[in-house]
Design a binder for this molecule. Structure first.
Ligand code: LLP
Length: 406
């Protein structure tokens, strides 16, 4: 999408607005798929990254499955056309009530603790299940999104594999899959290869006789910063398939190779359009105030994440250094600090890039500001996917849920 195209979208749909390029998402999906040439490849899109209905429907059309993590995810995925058979449910500290709600839909449950496995087996003996292991490989773009090692709550420990197997035998559970997820934005390409070896070591022949697939989660890195290299997904894919194929030969059976990418598929295809309303010279700083804020895109504040910001209405202005802020009553409400950007004027439209994963999805309505609109672009044509609520509607929806207000 060109800057002019984005300006037209801002004119047509107002701001703040998220824009998702479905054409780009489709290319990313096909690139990922082609990189892993394995006949039993399954790509379960991690919908936590972006649950926009038009995005989900696009993945459904592409033939993806879904990695769901909450009853809401499951409802949303089925509402967008996914069949239960194509969804894996990665349960994390769920209640018995949630286990019941999910298990009764027939979705495959991915269980990451001995405690839950025991309760699941007792309640649903003889059913299928997937086991999540902690790969003990520590990697990820930020400490908060590393998923392996002692400091995380996820997965059964590798040394507990025998105990897990004993529980599954006691309840006649059919372990059809083994799973791991190392972290998000993996910095080292070989982390996934190391994690695979760990899962291979769990899948000793005879331990889980009903095994159909191994799932190596998501975490594929994308470039956010201007000179940050992208991973070479084709080189990685070949190395993965090579090792997987060797494992299957040793194991004696061709298993399914599953992944759950989120960021890799959607991050770079999203942009948040905001409008500048205030320029303030604060002695040594230039503050640029916009009409969105951290509840609408929290990654910079939460993970110190970098999102490139382009001044699409004045791209050739001479650069100055700005603190790009939001409209929320908190000092940390910044999209970027000390960032060189072509001269920003009041009323300019800024494009906050790479906002297609974990941006809208992690959003909230702090300060009672409604979330932005969402627009998708398909075959080059923009259309509204989800409208922006008015503040009045937001307040009405809150009041209608409060017995004290009705
Ligand atoms: N599978 C499992 C079990 C996961 O927990 C996750 C992400 C994924 C797959 C997808 O990972 P991805 O391919 O998107 O890296 N909010 C953070 C990322 C949190 C990731 C949580 N789990 C961020 O904005 O960077």
């Amino acid at each position: 999408m060109t800057p002019d195209h984005l300006i037209e979208i801002a004119d047509q749909f107002g701001t703040p607005t998220y824009v998702y390029d479905l054409d780009q998402i489709k290319v990313q999906y096909q690139t990922f798929k082609t990189a892993f040439p394995w006949p039993l490849l399954k790509i379960c899109y991690a919908m936590k990254a972006n649950y926009n209905p038009s995005v989900l429907k696009a993945f459904h059309k592409l033939g993806a499955g879904i990695d769901a993590v909450s009853p809401g995810d499951l409802h949303m995925a089925t509402a967008c056309g996914f069949y239960v058979k194509d969804i894996i449910y990665t349960a994390n500290n769920i209640t018995d009530a949630e286990m019941k709600e999910i298990a009764e839909t027939g979705v495959l449950m991915n269980i990451g603790s001995l405690s839950r496995l025991e309760k699941y087996g007792r309640t649903y003996p003889g059913t299928r299940v997937c086991l999540r292991f902690n790969p003990d490989v520590v990697d990820g773009a930020h400490d908060k999104i590393k998923t392996g090692g002692d400091l995380t709550k996820f997965g059964i420990l590798l040394e507990d594999a025998d105990t897990a197997a004993a529980v599954t035998r006691r309840y006649d559970l059919k372990v059809t899959g083994l799973h791991e997820h190392t972290g998000s934005g993996l910095k080292k390409a070989d982390s996934i290869l190391k994690a695979m070896e760990q899962i291979f070591s769990v899948a000793v022949p005879g331990r889980f006789p009903d095994l159909e697939f191994l799932d190596f989660g998501g975490g594929f890195k994308v470039a956010y910063e201007p000179d940050e290299p992208d991973i070479d997904i084709n080189i990685l894919g070949r190395a993965v398939v090579d090792r997987f194929s060797g494992f299957c030969d040793r194991y004696g059976r061709k298993l399914g190779l599953w992944f759950e990418p989120g960021k890799y598929l959607t991050a770079n295809a999203g942009t948040l359009l905001v409008e500048v309303n205030t320029i303030k010279r604060n002695r040594s700083r230039i503050i640029c105030g916009t009409n969105s804020g951290f509840p609408q895109l929290i990654r910079p504040m939460f993970y110190d994440a970098w999102h490139t910001i382009d001044n699409i209405s004045h791209p050739l202005g001479s650069p100055a250094v700005y603190d790009v802020c939001g409209n929320i009553c908190e000092t940390g409400d910044l999209f970027a600090a000390g960032r060189a950007i072509p001269e920003i004027r009041e009323s300019d439209i800024l494009a906050i890039r790479d906002a297609g994963a974990y941006c809208y999805a992690m959003g909230g309505t702090y300060n009672l500001r409604p979330m932005p609109a969402e627009v998708v672009v398909e075959n080059g044509v923009p259309r509204l996917s989800r409208r922006r609520m008015t503040p009045q509607e937001l307040v009405e929806s809150i009041c209608s849920e409060s017995p004290d207000m009705v």
